[in-house]
Design a protein around this ligand. Structure first.
Ligand code: SOE
Length: 379
């Protein structure tokens, strides 16, 4: 089989981002399996039909379970709010479909554990699963990991990570599922702190072992489109420090109310002989400090990560012809399709997603109890 039929569930922001990636991965990466955008599932036939036509899907289902019954669908792409992830992923894996699931993996540790169990059962049948932490696939982030692994900054001592957005700074910004604990699990914590935890662990190869945290909801009620207000049941901001299994100290700040910051995922890693710094708002750049250079001229220098031997970039444009947010999803699909074709486990796995879920739970626990919380269950 050289094609894989994809059935995508959900068609909002993430559905649009994934559709773009499914369309572009074949032409640019020529993966060993060619994706076929077979069906899109959405509850409203009218809205799903319009989305399918715009985004390039061949057919529509109004019940995601129908996707699992179709022989022309071999991979389920879950782009729903968090409260749908576990049910859809477990059913899809048990039905023998490969699964790509948006982050965070689930709304609770228990859900994530059930998903890992289903992934284990499926793996025995050659069925693969992956969680969509797309920022691992920013070329500069992948390059940062490579430099750390090659020892270019020495022993990692500090990880400084921020994810700053401001779309909820305005108290009149409307209520949505992202502000509802039942649907989203948590607020800035699950939505964007999950990204910086994954990115930090990915770059350094370290695993968080414990955290001390505080959470805040600055705007407790928001207007509902159509009238009235609704209580905000999640955090607007999450702030925490942590320690890693290999002796580093880490700090994390994730907020949706950082006025003026739009999508600033920033990571700085200080090692014993060098440092790296990255900001998603300038995602083609990686800043590198080489402590072994002559002191008179040493300093952070800017690497424009668009050379053919940089990760992923050779598949796109000549050097200096910069990439963007959407390319990270294309890279994700390329890696997933290659893993499925090779019969290997794609990364990040559901187990990786569960580990991050445990970090999120420890953060929530620490904020509630005002104590340091160790992260249980690290392998
Ligand atoms: C909203 O905060 C959001 O779209 C997240 O859900 C995404 O994961 C992140 O990439 C951008 O911001």
């Amino acid at each position: 089989m050289t094609t894989v039929g994809v059935g995508m569930v959900g068609h909002a922001f993430m559905g649009r981002a994934h559709s773009q990636a499914w369309r572009s991965v074949g032409p640019f990466f020529g993966p060993p399996l060619t994706p076929v955008m077979t069906a899109l599932a959405g509850r409203s036939a009218e809205r799903a039909g319009a989305a399918a036509a715009t985004l390039g899907w061949a057919s529509v289902e109004t019940d995601w379970k129908e996707l699992l019954r179709r022989d022309d669908v071999q991979l389920i792409d879950i782009c729903t709010p968090g409260d749908g992830h576990a049910e859809i992923a477990v059913a899809a894996l048990d039905a023998g479909k490969h699964v790509l699931c948006e982050k965070p993996l689930a709304n609770t540790v228990a859900e994530a554990e059930a998903m890992v169990a289903a992934a284990g059962r499926a793996r025995e049948r050659g069925v693969r699963s992956m969680v969509g932490f797309n920022y691992r696939r920013v070329p500069a982030v992948t390059l940062a990991r490579r430099l750390v692994a090659d020892g270019r900054i020495g022993t990692v001592r500090h990880i400084r990570a921020q994810y700053l957005q401001d779309w909820l700074a305005d108290p009149e910004a409307p209520f949505s599922w992202r502000m509802d604990r039942d649907r989203a699990g948590s607020g800035a914590l699950g939505d964007i702190a999950s990204h910086i935890v994954d990115t930090a662990q990915f770059i350094t190869g370290h695993t968080l072992t414990g955290v001390s945290a505080t959470l805040e909801t600055f705007v407790p009620e928001r207007p509902v489109p159509g009238g009235g207000t609704a209580p905000v049941t999640v955090d607007d901001a999450a702030l925490f420090i942590g320690r890693t299994d290999r002796g580093a100290l880490a700090s994390f700040e994730a907020t949706r109310v950082a006025t003026g910051r739009k999508n600033a995922l920033r990571i700085e890693v200080s090692g014993s002989s060098g440092a790296l710094s990255f900001d998603l708002e300038s995602l083609n750049e990686l800043w590198f400090y080489d402590g072994d250079e002559d002191g008179a001229t040493a300093g952070f220098r800017r690497i424009v990560v668009t050379e053919p031997d940089h990760p992923y970039t050779g598949r796109w444009w000549p050097p200096g012809h910069v990439l963007g947010y959407e390319h990270t999803f294309t890279h994700q699909m390329a890696d997933l399709l290659t893993a499925i074709a090779d019969g290997t486990d794609p990364s990040p796995s559901f187990a990786d997603g569960l580990q991050i879920q445990r970090v999120l739970a420890a953060v929530a626990d620490s904020a509630a109890s005002r104590r340091w919380v160790d992260i249980e269950g690290n392998d």
